[in-house]
Design a protein around this ligand. Structure first.
Ligand SMILES: Cc1ncc(COP(=O)(O)O)c(C=O)c1O
Length: 434
């Protein structure tokens, strides 16, 4: 067992100053308390007790090149020497926008923001403005940030509490929501075209947008069924609805051009964040000219003092340059496949039923005998108690993954790192029988 005395003491201190001891709900970590981190380089992260972890949590996705990547740091330092935030137009943001136009299929126009949550907020606003309609369709298990109108239907509850599959009950994720927030959207099951077709046929006069993670990374890391994204595309075309891809996780992770380039389905609007700048805060709302025009003309307001700050823009430019030059995504897919195969084999050898799903650069391990999970309701059958023991066991073996069972790969990981993680997983899985 690793020693966590210093992390424990620092967390106690943190709770006296930071609300809940953390700066985001998602950082409360695995039992018994969150660890406190001191430094991170490449694929490794060191905590306050000097324990070193091979990091597959990667700051919940952004660290696509590895921590403290020298080229990104050098670019940030150079840019920051000439000012930190002009809050006005600058050359580097024009160059970055041009780069996004070049690599992202739907990016005819671009606006930068600071976080994924606010970029999704802007995308929904612009969809309402263009269509003159007020509601949007979203899906069970998808996460689009923490703002009021998307803070529903995220966390798994019991099947009974969720209501009928075709008409799920939008359970609030938080207290403090205005009563009309739940009137802004229709919640549907994902990966099944029939309920979307029926809903759109009935309510298309009210529906401005369909927003989806193109891969349901936040719940089970589930890929779309063949033809599903194409089906959404066709429905949106038919009824004049905006198709919005929330590429906050998939962007710059599964492909340089996002899931839209990976699957060959082009949305009207898309939102990018996380892996775009290898850990620096930036997001982008991108879209076809028709859908971005209201922002261009100032009919739809999008603003933010911190938008396109010098360090973030420089980090994004450098990150994209390295990804492109080194064909990083080939490596992420190769390592991801190796990790998936290794984890499945380790589970087979140790007699555990696990389901490993995902495109590779991001993947999820769940304890279940299901041969595959297709939507959020399938994931309710996952054994969370077992997963908790597994994640904690891995941590004690020096391997860090997200508490929901998700693994991210970075360009800094090697085959030896993946093999180390698989050996650790095998050891933990074997011990779970004891
Ligand atoms: C798919 C998706 N959309 C939106 C968000 C929100 O982004 P942010 O945390 O930058 O506000 C997240 C965050 O995890 C996400 O995974």
């Amino acid at each position: 067992m690793l020693n966590h005395d210093k992390s424990r003491a620092l967390f106690e201190r943190a709770q006296r100053a930071l609300a809940g001891g953390v700066s985001s709900e998602f950082r409360k970590g695995n039992a018994p308390h969150p660890l406190v981190y001191m430094r991170a380089h490449g694929a490794r992260l060191v905590d306050a007790d000097e324990n070193e972890y091979l990091d597959f949590a990667l700051s919940q996705g952004p660290i696509v090149l590895g921590h403290s990547h020298p080229e990104v740091l050098a670019a940030v330092e150079r840019a920051s020497r000439d000012g930190q935030l002009y809050a006005a137009l600058h050359l580097a943001e024009i160059e970055l926008a041009e780069k996004l136009q070049e690599i992202i299929p739907c990016a005819e126009l671009v606006r930068f923001s600071a976080s994924g949550s606010e970029a999704n907020h802007a995308a929904l606003r612009v969809a309402r403005a263009v269509t003159g309609r007020h509601k949007f369709i979203r899906f069970e298990g998808h996460y689009h940030g923490w703002f009021d109108n998307v803070a529903f239907g995220i966390n798994g509850a019991s099947l009974e509490a969720l209501g009928p599959r075709e008409a799920p009950i939008p359970l609030p994720w938080t207290q403090g929501l205005p009563p009309n927030a739940r009137d802004e959207f229709i919640l549907l099951p994902w990966n099944d075209l029939a309920p979307v077709e029926q809903t759109v046929a009935q309510h298309h006069d009210d529906i401005a947008a369909i927003i989806t993670e193109p891969i349901m990374c936040n719940t089970g890391c589930i890929e779309p069924e063949t033809g599903y994204l194409e089906g959404l595309r066709a429905l949106c075309d038919h009824y004049g609805i905006a198709l919005i891809f929330d590429e906050v996780i998939t962007g710059f992770r599964v492909h340089l051009g996002g899931a839209q380039a990976f699957y060959g389905v082009t949305p009207d609007l898309a939102v990018f964040a996380k892996a775009m700048a290898n850990g620096y805060p930036i997001s982008a709302i991108v879209g076809k000219r028709r859908w971005m025009q209201p922002i261009a003309e100032g009919r739809v307001i999008h603003a933010g003092t911190a938008n396109a700050g010098n360090p973030s823009v420089a980090a994004a430019k450098a990150t994209i340059e390295v990804m492109q030059r080194e064909r990083v995504h080939d490596k992420l897919h190769r390592l991801g496949k190796r990790l998936q195969a290794g984890l499945r084999e380790a589970a087979r050898e140790t007699g555990h039923d696990v389901l490993v799903q995902g495109p590779g650069p991001v993947l999820n391990l769940a304890f279940t005998s299901l041969p595959c999970a297709r939507d959020m309701r399938d994931t309710l059958a996952f054994d969370k108690a077992k997963l908790g023991r597994f994640v904690y066991g891995l941590q004690e073996e020096g391997v860090r993954i997200l508490s929901r069972g998700t693994w991210y790969l970075s360009a800094a990981h090697t085959e030896a790192d993946v093999d180390f993680a698989v050996r650790a997983a095998r050891k933990v899985l074997a011990a779970m029988h004891e």
